[in-house]
Design a protein around this ligand. Sequence first.
Ligand code: F1P
Length: 348
Amino acid sequence: MSNGVNTLLEISSQPAVWQRCLNDLQHADLHRFTDGHSPLDVEWVFIGCGTSYYLAQAAALSFTSLLNTMARAVPASEALLMPELVFPRGTKSYYPVLISRSGHTSEVLSVAEVLNNEGVPFVAITCDGRELAGMTDKVLKMNVKEESTVMTSSFTSMLLGLQYLAATFANDKDFIEALHQLPQHLERLLDTYNDEVIAFARESFDDIAFLGQGALYPIASEAALKVMESSSTFAQYFHTLEFRHGPKSIAGPSTLVGALISDSGYDAESAVLLEMKELGSRTLAVVNTAGEKLRAEADLVIELDLPVPELARLVIYVVWGQLLGSYRGLEKGLNPDHPRNLSRVVTI
Ligand code: F1P
């Protein structure tokens, strides 16, 4: 089988996977996940590793935005090694959500064990289930079969699941309806832009930086991780305007700057990307509606044209980092299905 087939298939299968997951969510009893609390009265702490940590960040910002409630994200390792920083008022004052595609990651299982030992109820969201699914009665298991090492459809499906949960708690029917529109839009966008990403990935870059503000920051982080994992190319991620405060010293002809541009910050964020263009960088813009200057000057503009709220677009923004990582890896003669040094699950 040729290199990268599995991963690319899983990326391109996301419209169908999302459709299946959204149908499941529509018919699920999601209110049982509040454990009898008002979701507004608890501080949500989303916990995961690697891609699942960036997912935790996106989920926390989604809960804050949809529920106006306290929510934050930490890597599982921080909850284990620095509990006094993660749970300063003791674990019982928080409502943890453990995120793990495999349900088998050692750090996540160790956090689950601590919470169970301390009698702290928690939610688990997973695709494979495994041990994590047996450690709590509040399991949201997404119907996603993902063989590849790197997480793609599992990331987007679990993020959809958590956004669906928050919108259900908020009784935000419009947001839920918006999520149901996404599969058809991703299908359209993959048809439109896949070949352009393939062409763009033929260029080699010494340095790659993904930029994003707000809930697009964890998406930029995940896009950078996909490039690192799938192509063994170092990539960094920053809040967009932070890039001026030092990291822009890497800008130049062998640098790719990819900006995930929001509506709310469009002028300020697109200005950063165009500045990097002036400094000689290659530039990629993912944006819902591009202005004339951005469309004329950025090297690749992926214009989403999505009639949905900004927060509902997150899962579509990340797809271009998934594709760029895999296509860049193939250009380098690597196999994204078996990334260098990586395993599908980290057990220690
Ligand atoms: C977490 C993770 C992935 C990473 C690799 C190793 O897995 O770190 O983010 O891409 O697959 O495992 P999980 O806890 O979500 O199964």
